[in-house]
Write a new protein. Sequence first.
Length: 325
Amino acid sequence: MSPPPSWLVFLEREFPSANSVLVRGSRPLLIDSGYGSDLAATETLLRAAGTPPEALHGIVNTHYHSDHVGGNHGLQERYRLPIAAHRLEGDLVNRREPETCAGEWLDQPVEPYRVDRLLAEGDEIDAGSVTLQVLHTPGHTTGHLSFFAPRERVLIAGDSFHGRDVGWINPFREGVNGLRQALDSLERLDRLGAVWACSGHGPAIAEPASALAAARRRYESWLTDPAKAGWHAAKRIFAYALMLKDGLPVEEVVPYLLGTGWFPDYSQSLLGRPPAELAPTLLEEMLRSGGVAEREGRLFPVTPYTSPPPGWLAAVPWPRSWPRS
Ligand SMILES: [Zn+2]
Ligand SMILES: [Zn+2]
């Protein structure tokens, strides 16, 4: 695997944070800021990488999910950092639209922030001696961005695809064309001929072309079998909820699922089953596939994570109650 250029520091992170990328030009930028409760860990990572948060010139977000924008609040407040995001998502954030970040629907608290620069396809991100192309790659979210450095052919892909996974599809909050858009975005990323890539989750991607081919095949199979997209999303979203809550008592799993915004939507629409009937099936399926495990009557995700401290989640307001930006 050829190493990434020296200006790029890939910060691979454990859940609930997504990976971050430090773009170390003469005006250093941070791409994605992790989950909110991991703020201190984010600051520590930046200092260890030799670019303390005080030295940053801004934050750029691939998309507005909580694992990518959670550190925005603390970093913006402490270090006065400007934040850039796609205009479709930045506009929702700044208007305090209740669907912002799909946070309430997903049950993923995000602390308030403000987007200072609204990005669009064709824009450039100037980190001083390094310039990144802004690529609008919708699918996983409507305003999803990827970033490309043409000289080194390095791709920062957000949640558009991963080394061994794809971004989950949300037709309910990101549009019924999400899957087709995601596929179009992957075709476009493939044409860039990247030699190194990193994404929001998992290790750096040594062979972007083969990872992209696998991701495209997977999405293509979902076009004819939408239930696959539903199962994939339900498992990812529920595992993430278990990380934020540091597990759930087994008897609370079904009532929890039925009380969320997302589960009944996936259940009724993509999976074609009444939520009350599907909830125990999701639990069984995740136990069977080894994504979750039961210990002393509590259900835990198997993937390593650091849950927010007690009381943290409950103290974060939903976007509908964020103070005006
Ligand atoms: Zn993510
Ligand atoms: Zn995401």
